[in-house]
Design a protein around this ligand. Structure first.
Ligand code: NDP
Length: 410
């Protein structure tokens, strides 16, 4: 399969475009489509400026409302794209997937579908939307790889591969620490509307083979992690739990995200005042406003953080279980650097960690290794070639266990 259509033109799309360009000898022509064609054009220009294209080939911007299935199908056909990397907002997943199912193009995304009107749906989340199209994908021989960013994505691969080091695994704790500094009083790394949704709803986790509910910032842990040091993280609801709980035989699977006290204080004030609400309010002047939209409007644009972002991210999976009758614990992880990411592709580290994996997956589909012609979550695939490829293209994996801390490859 060849020729890539990237949908979305945000921070993650910027990374995807640069990485696709670096591998266009395998991936073919590159097209970028979003509602605002100017944003796509900016990405095209930045790819050209950086000289990221490996060989001469098409690189074009398009205007597209991806909620319009017919228009999306037409663009897939016009650009002869056999690989669609959806890194638009999570509201468009189902329409893009449908367009892929109807045209036969492979589908990749990095986040679960969300309905703008619903916050925190019943688990497992994939069953509410994506998995309903699983049979259709199989019938139409469409390869659909769900959630192939970093988390979800690479951490699913870490979980699946980590299982091999044990006779049985009791706990998988996925830990996401951003030890970077953007220099602003307060900012979100992604679209605030999407970002805050992760924290305003209930926190679902998989414990004793059941879904358990908590509130955000209710449960925390502290770990001494490689490179980033001692860090506190909070149990957070996250996509990957909703497939790992089904696909791996592990009784406890939790997700933890690192937050500083300052972030929590600001978030708590905004939330307590009702400023994170999506429900419109009417001002004394009769103006109807959505508080969350106002907060978004006054916060820094997440893309603007990239040039001055410093520091590192550390994301990985702690697995606990038994090997030969003894307790065992391992940590499989990646460390990424905000500044290095900016220098290479013009984005901050978190967009980088999210954007490189779907390109690795697209390369594996193009090479036939992952062209499975059905819908899968990452842990259902052979994850070894994925880890090896990521090692080569910017996201090296390491493992820490009783034998020490070392690079991991297969
Ligand atoms: P942004 O909010 O920066 O960009 C989203 C893009 O989607 C925008 O360009 C926007 O268009 C476009 N878009 C929205 N609606 C439509 C539509 N109807 N038709 C066409 N385009 C549309 O997002 P990010 O780059 O930060 O993130 C992209 C995705 O990656 C998100 O789904 C996010 O959840 C996911 N993600 C995954 C991670 C992981 O590790 N798995 C980590 C980080 C993010 P317009 O330009 O017109 O506004």
């Amino acid at each position: 399969k060849r020729n890539v259509l990237i949908i979305g033109a945000g921070g993650v799309a910027q990374v995807v475009a640069h990485k696709c360009a670096q591998h266009n000898d395998i991936l073919g022509n590159i097209h970028i489509a979003s509602r605002t064609v100017e944003k796509c054009q900016q990405i095209v220009d930045s790819v050209r400026e950086k000289g990221s294209l490996k060989t001469a080939g098409e690189l074009q911007a398009h205007a597209l409302d991806a909620l319009d299935i017919e228009a999306t199908k037409a663009l897939i056909a016009e650009t002869q794209s056999q690989l669609v990397i959806n890194v638009g907002s999570p509201f468009i997943n189902m329409s893009v997937l449908q367009a892929c199912i109807e045209t036969g193009a492979a589908y990749l995304d990095t986040a679960i579908h969300e309905d703008p009107g619903k916050i925190c749906e019943t688990p497992p989340w994939y069953a509410n939307y994506e998995w309903k199209r699983r049979e259709l994908c199989e019938e139409n021989k469409v390869t659909a790889i769900l959630g192939v960013g970093f988390d979800p994505g690479v951490v699913n691969a870490y979980a699946a591969l980590g299982m091999d080091y044990f006779d049985s695994v009791s706990d998988i704790d996925i830990i996401d620490i951003n030890a970077g500094d953007h220099g602003h009083y307060f900012a979100t790394n992604f679209d605030p509307e999407i970002n805050f949704r992760e924290f305003t709803g209930r926190v679902w986790s998989w414990q004793n083979r059941q879904w358990v509910q908590n509130k955000m910032f209710e449960i925390k842990r502290t770990d001494d992690l490689p490179v980033v040091g001692k860090r506190t993280s909070y149990m957070t609801g996250h996509d990957e739990l909703h497939s790992l709980s089904k696909n791996l035989d592990v009784p406890n699977i939790r997700f933890w995200m690192g937050f500083g006290d300052h972030y929590i204080n600001v978030f708590t004030v905004l939330n307590s005042l009702g400023l994170l609400s999506e429900q419109p309010v009417t001002t004394a002047e009769g103006l109807e406003v959505v508080p969350l939209k106002v907060v978004k409007a006054v916060l820094p644009d997440p893309a603007s953080l990239a040039p001055n972002y410093t520091g590192k991210t550390c994301i990985g999976d702690i697995l606990k279980g038994k090997k030969d009758g003894k307790d065992k614990e391992i940590f499989i992880y990646n460390v990424a650097d905000h500044k290095e990411a900016y220098e290479e592709v013009g984005s901050q580290g978190i967009s980088y960690t999210a954007g490189v994996p779907p390109v690795a997956a697209a390369i594996l589909i193009a090479q036939g290794v992952w062209d499975v012609q059905k819908m899968v979550n990452v842990e259902e695939l052979d994850c070894k070639p994925f880890i090896n490829l990521l090692n080569d293209i910017g996201l090296p994996t390491r493992i820490k266990d009783e034998e020490g801390d070392r690079p991991l490859s297969y």
